[in-house]
Design a binder for this molecule. Structure first.
Ligand SMILES: *Cc1c(COP(=O)(O)O)cnc(C)c1O
Length: 449
């Protein structure tokens, strides 16, 4: 099975055909979920001692398993945060898979690491980070946040005087669930910062929390640049002032919203982001890369290298050099060159195309907001800062939202799960797919009438 025969070539052609046809679909089918019993009936016992052959295995995927997976790039998949890769990024993922590249070290993956660093530099420039900034691409925002916070704590403990061991982070309740997860993993404590009437963290509220709890007990402040539920950007500049005043690490979680930095129409909302110590954005969300891809950046990467480098005798050849080894900047060791599909698409399409695509999703979001305001049966809960919009269907209870959501999914018309806020069930659109149109929005709102 490591040889390349005529049969292998035929299978390769079939796989490329399948991939090309999938990428050409417009619109893609939404598909639907299935039960274990349903999948058992069609795909149970697929792994056998003799093997079924590649053609049959592909057929099993194509005819049964693929249909049991929702297409996150369907234009009416507006739940969670969708993933709508560019054709170039999706195609290049195949190349990365075929190339057997180890991208954890410069020695082994110099070409890939060089390219990934170019893509990271584009993001660092959008943020406004200095030339020395750097980091790596990790699996997702969860690992990006965890890696940043591990670095923040190691740095704070290194700098603390008198044996102090800061163990707290400050963040709002609007921060992502991965912050609470990071705290559990790290045995740290998350202290909630109250939000203002725009659901933002502000420097004043932060200062009060630090003073009430003892600023020396905190090792990081996590601000969100585009909260997942509402797309809220915290008041980054005033938060940066307070972090600077107390000498506390300033982490900005832009996993979803960081992409808006490339959109002139919303760029001013991020004022102060350039003052962060660490920053993340998931290109698999609003920067059109395939799963799974998070860009993690540090103002001073050397601090992360101290916190994360794994030492072992068999690794000395890698760690005892000044080379840029991506694996030294995050939790984890082995890594796929997961930034390469994103890099390839940036090179192929140019950054103006990214700006245009992000602006297009913002335009459709503004259309959705105006359309909701115009209709009697729905109302906006909070004006959208970015491309997430939460709204209320007047007269509906939780069960009505769920019945509507289940209905459109069963009919393969859309995937829009309800969210909740302050105990109330609500509807939510997350629009990061440039192929989502005004007509998609109108059709979904009509279906709630
Ligand atoms: C999605 C998200 C995360 C987590 O990212 P994953 O890639 O799902 O691990 C963290 N923070 C914010 C604000 C997010 O939207």
């Amino acid at each position: 099975m490591h040889g390349f025969t005529d049969e292998t070539r035929a299978l390769g052609e079939e796989i490329l055909r399948y991939a090309a046809e999938r990428l050409a679909l417009d619109p893609v089918p939404l598909d639907g979920t299935r039960t274990v019993a349903e999948l058992d009936a069609v795909a149970g016992g697929a792994i056998t001692a003799q093997g079924k052959g590649g053609q049959d295995a592909l057929k099993l995927f194509e005819d049964h398993l693929a249909l049991a997976c929702l297409s996150t790039d369907h234009p009416r998949y507006l739940s969670f945060i969708p993933c709508a890769p560019t054709r170039e990024a999706a195609m290049f993922d195949l190349v990365v898979g075929a190339s057997s590249i180890y991208a954890g070290s410069w020695l082994e993956g110099a070409g890939a690491v060089y390219a990934e660093n170019q893509a990271l530099r584009w993001i660092a420039d959008l943020v406004g980070l200095p030339e020395a900034a750097g980091g790596s691409f990790v699996q997702g925002g969860t690992i990006g946040n965890l890696s940043s916070l591990v670095t923040a704590r190691a740095t704070a403990r290194e700098r603390a005087t008198g044996g102090a061991r800061p163990y707290r982070i400050a963040a709002t309740v609007g921060s992502h669930s991965s912050i609470a997860t990071a705290c559990r993993v790290m045995d740290a404590e998350q202290v909630p910062v109250p939000m203002n009437d725009r659901m933002q963290m502000t420097g004043d509220n932060l200062r009060k929390v630090l003073e009430d709890n003892g600023p020396e007990t905190f090792f990081a402040v996590v601000a969100t640049a585009g909260s997942t539920n509402f797309g809220v950007i915290d008041d980054l500049d005033s938060i940066a002032d307070v972090c600077e005043e107390y000498g506390i690490w300033f982490h900005v979680d832009g996993a979803y919203g960081g992409a808006g930095l490339a959109a002139p129409s919303v760029r001013d909302k991020y004022a102060g982001v350039e003052r962060c110590d660490s920053f993340i954005v998931d290109p698999h969300k609003w920067l059109f890369a395939p799963f799974d891809c998070c860009a993690l950046l540090y103002r001073e990467p050397a601090l992360a290298r101290v916190a994360h480098t794994q030492h072992a005798s068999y690794l000395d050849v890698l760690t005892d050099t000044p080379d840029w080894n991506p694996t030294d900047y995050s939790v984890g060791l082995t890594r796929r060159a997961r930034g390469l599909p994103f890099w390839f698409s940036l090179v192929a399409n140019g950054t103006d195309a990214y700006t245009a695509a992000i602006e297009r999703t913002l335009e459709v979001t503004r259309f959705a907001q105006a359309e909701i305001e115009r209709r009697d049966h729905v109302e906006v809960v909070r004006e959208a800062d970015l491309s997430v919009l939460v709204f209320r269907r007047l007269g509906w209870e939780a069960k009505d939202y769920h019945a509507w959501s289940d209905g459109i999914l069963a009919r393969e018309e859309g995937f829009v799960v309800p969210t909740s806020h302050l105990g109330e069930t609500l509807a939510r659109f997350a629009i990061v797919n440039p192929r989502t149109t005004e007509d998609d929005i109108t059709a979904l709102l009509d279906s709630m009438a």
